[in-house]
Design a protein. Structure first.
Length: 740
């Protein structure tokens, strides 16, 4: 029991540390008090879950006890404050080492001239470019623009070339910007990049956001993203509306476009030649200045495009990074930990998400899908992930607003990186207004309601989600459960009993929601809140005809269509075992109360001395147990079903679910194996079994009354498990009450 509690409340792991003194005992006491406070807050919701099986209450308990999985990062509302005007810099000196790549150099220098609106000077360092055209162009350009050109007689590498440029730049009093020849400055860049240096003498360097800037990369840190020049300019125009004073302190800057203060350069005027020819030199420089009390920041209101990796080939680049990273680790053993901690709390996540959404709008190929989903996993989330993968390939991106997690709303941006890798950038907030501000750049939207179970106040969600819909936007409602029919998404009554669709005028307490202030929301009010969402949907997609029948009883004017799921993976057919009078009844899936946990427990007890056996491939609600000789395998992979069925000697399957499922993946998985299948006669599971029966499969539908009669179920399992039956043996005797 102790180990279970310890695993369950992982946030209190420090409680189990050795108590070496008063400090440890005080820490334990603080943790214990914290646990008590959380438990008191969670108790009313836990009680409601026990009494009414309210899924929202269960999700709230997990939230309050920090059991909802890793907490997403928090959105920073400061980013959307009205930005104060940046102070006007007196001037700036730019240092640009060059090695070939003439076309990039020309583009970069063209943008310096066109987009630098303050007094500027340029120090160009040609590092013995391999083509004569580059040096001839640099001589001509320097002559026309009064730039200082240094020509290396032999190739010295980026570090030495940058040091020559910095030494020359120190002859003038202005701050310095080290600029790669593959970095492209946008309009009015200088006041935004230099603002932190002018406002805080303790800042040594400043880095902008970019498509490729390590810690400053958006939408994902450390991963390059593809952008065109036009897209980069548009993204910079977007960042200009963000609050530049929401700058972020980081362990290091990135040298592709790094503003350096004069004070810092006077103390540390050069990069260490040990990092020649390049990579990691700016990290070393930043660490030396951190040791002197300086800081390094990223600004969210400037976006500079960076092609990246142009100075070295990819193989050489990786080798240099490996070598110089080892040198950095030796000099600064805590640096890697500091970077990991920075990314773990990622104070730039709001900017990454905001700019990433703006990028999705620029690159979209059609309306951008925006889903409303939950944080509880399961079949609905598997379906959502599949849809998002398709959306990223089709449109370029997908967005999800999740409820029921550690924050009320978690916004996810699903997107692809330059190498095609699918990535997710996400952050959470309690403020719906902040959600709307993040989504504002998306002009064409495809709204999709997936599932909102677990939200603390779900009765207002339809109105909130509809507020995102523009006149030309389309809305789809996916019916993964019956949450739009009742706050009890399974529609079951006490003791997990199916008694039909509840009537609003005399519905039981299981169909009453509670708002955060404790006010009851009767079923009439609940359905009135959901009607606008369903009625305005261009498509209401049910995954079985059984679900459509129930849904249409309440939403008579809804545009409902039936689109069954495809299985997530192919299910291999099994080799039928030899005829047996002693069945091994296999149960697939994770058994919550409405999924038949009590049925499985009763069957396991009835198997004692009966010659039958129950095997659960999945998990069961902790409130229930499977006594011996029943066996619980735990989580399984569909591809492993043949091996597991052979290992346990399974002769037939039972789907014990007690609610009218909208679509039953486990039923379809079981049917696909070719072994006999039993299920109760309701919902999507019965629909799947009937369709299999029409194809001649060995199946049986059980009346719900047999859920309380495990011996009758085992008797039916014996019939199905015996392979010598004729087609007629699948039809149960009238006395058994079982039909196939």
């Amino acid at each position: 029991m102790f180990l279970r509690v310890r695993r369950l409340f992982g946030i209190f792991a420090a409680w189990h540390l050795p108590a070496d003194g008063p400090a440890s005992r005080a820490s334990r006491l603080r943790l214990f008090i914290y646990f008590i406070v959380l438990s008191v807050n969670a108790f009313p919701h836990a009680l409601r879950w026990v009494r009414h099986r309210d899924p929202t209450a269960r999700a709230r308990v997990k939230q309050l006890l920090n059991l909802s999985g890793p907490a997403p990062l928090a959105l920073d509302s400061r980013l959307f404050d009205v930005p104060a005007p940046a102070p006007e810099p007196g001037g700036v000196t730019l240092v640009m080492p060059v090695y070939g790549n003439l076309s990039l150099v020309q583009d970069a220098l063209t943008r310096v001239v066109a987009h630098t609106e303050i007094p500027w000077r340029m120090v160009l360092v040609d590092d013995a470019s391999p083509d004569t055209e580059t040096v001839l162009f640099l001589r001509n350009w320097a002559s026309r623009h009064g730039a200082h050109l240094i020509e290396n007689e032999r190739n010295l590498g980026f570090v030495s070339s940058a040091n020559l440029g910095l030494k020359q730049a120190m002859l003038w009093p202005d701050p310095v910007v080290l600029l790669n020849s593959d970095a492209f400055l946008p309009e009015a860049w200088a006041p935004r990049l230099l603002r932190p240096l002018l406002e805080d003498p303790g800042i040594a360097s400043v880095t902008p956001l970019s498509n490729d800037a390590e810690l400053g990369s958006v939408p994902s840190p450390g991963l390059a993203a593809l952008v065109t020049f036009d897209e980069a300019q548009a993204l910079d125009r977007f960042t200009q509306n963000l609050n530049g004073r929401a700058q972020v302190v980081a362990p290091t800057s990135v040298g592709f476009c790094m503003a350096m203060s004069r004070t810092a350069l006077e103390l540390e005027p050069s990069f260490d030649p040990a990092f020649t020819p390049g990579y990691g030199e700016e990290v070393d420089w930043c660490q030396r200045l951190r040791a002197r009390g300086f800081s390094h920041v990223y600004v969210p209101d400037l976006y500079v495009a960076h092609l990246g990796g142009q100075s070295f080939g990819q193989t050489q680049k990786h080798n240099l990074i490996r070598r110089n990273s080892a040198l950095l680790a030796k000099r600064y053993p805590r640096f890697d930990v500091e970077v990991c901690m920075f990314l773990r709390r990622d104070p730039l996540v709001t900017a990454r998400l905001a700019v990433g959404i703006a990028r999705a709008e620029l690159q979209r190929n059609g309306a951008v899908p925006i889903y409303l989903g939950h944080s509880m996993g399961g079949g609905a989330d598997i379906d959502l992930q599949r849809r998002l993968a398709t959306d990223v390939a089709r449109v370029g991106a997908g967005l999800v607003i999740r409820v029921g997690g550690n924050y009320r709303f978690t916004i996810e941006l699903h997107h692809a990186q330059a190498d095609g890798t699918l990535c997710v950038t996400s952050a959470g907030t309690e403020d719906w207004d902040l959600v709307e501000r993040l989504l504002a750049p998306v002009s064409r939207r495809e709204l999709v309601y997936s599932c909102a179970v677990g939200d603390i106040d779900p009765v207002v969600l339809p109105e909130l989600f509809l507020s995102l819909k523009g006149p030309e936007d389309r809305l789809t409602v996916l019916v993964h459960d019956y949450f739009a029919l009742s706050p009890n998404m399974t529609l079951l009554e006490e003791n997990e009993q199916w008694q039909g669709l509840p009537e609003p005028t005399h519905a039981s307490s299981r169909h009453v929601a509670r708002r955060p202030n404790g006010r009851a929301v009767p079923l009439v009010e609940w359905r009135n809140a959901w009607h606008p969402l369903v009625d305005r949907a261009e498509r209401v997609i049910c995954f079985s005809s059984a679900a459509k029948m129930l849904f249409a009883e309440v939403y008579k004017d809804a545009r409902i269509e039936v689109c069954p799921h495809n299985l997530h993976v192919a299910v291999p057919a099994l080799t039928r075992p030899a005829p047996s009078a002693h069945p091994v009844l296999g149960i697939l899936g994770n058994l919550a109360p409405h999924k038949g946990a009590a049925v499985a427990e009763r069957l396991a007890r009835a198997c004692h001395n009966s010659g039958c056996e129950v095997v659960l491939l999945g998990e069961i609600d902790p409130a229930y147990r499977l006594p011996l000789p029943a066996r619980k395998h735990g989580a399984y992979s569909v591809g492993d079903l043949p091996r597991l069925a052979a290992r346990y000697g399974i002769t037939c399957w039972l789907i014990p679910s007690l609610w009218p499922e909208t679509f039953s993946f486990t039923t379809h998985e079981a049917l696909a194996t070719g072994l006999p299948v039993m299920a109760f006669d309701l919902g999507g599971q019965a629909e799947a079994v009937r369709a299999a029966e029409a194809r001649g499969a060995p199946v049986a539908l059980l009346p719900l009354g047999l859920a309380e009669d495990p011996q009758a179920i085992l008797t039916r399992a014996r019939h199905l498990s015996h392979w010598g039956f004729a087609r007629e043996t699948l039809r149960a005797p009238a006395a058994s009450g079982v039909r196939a």
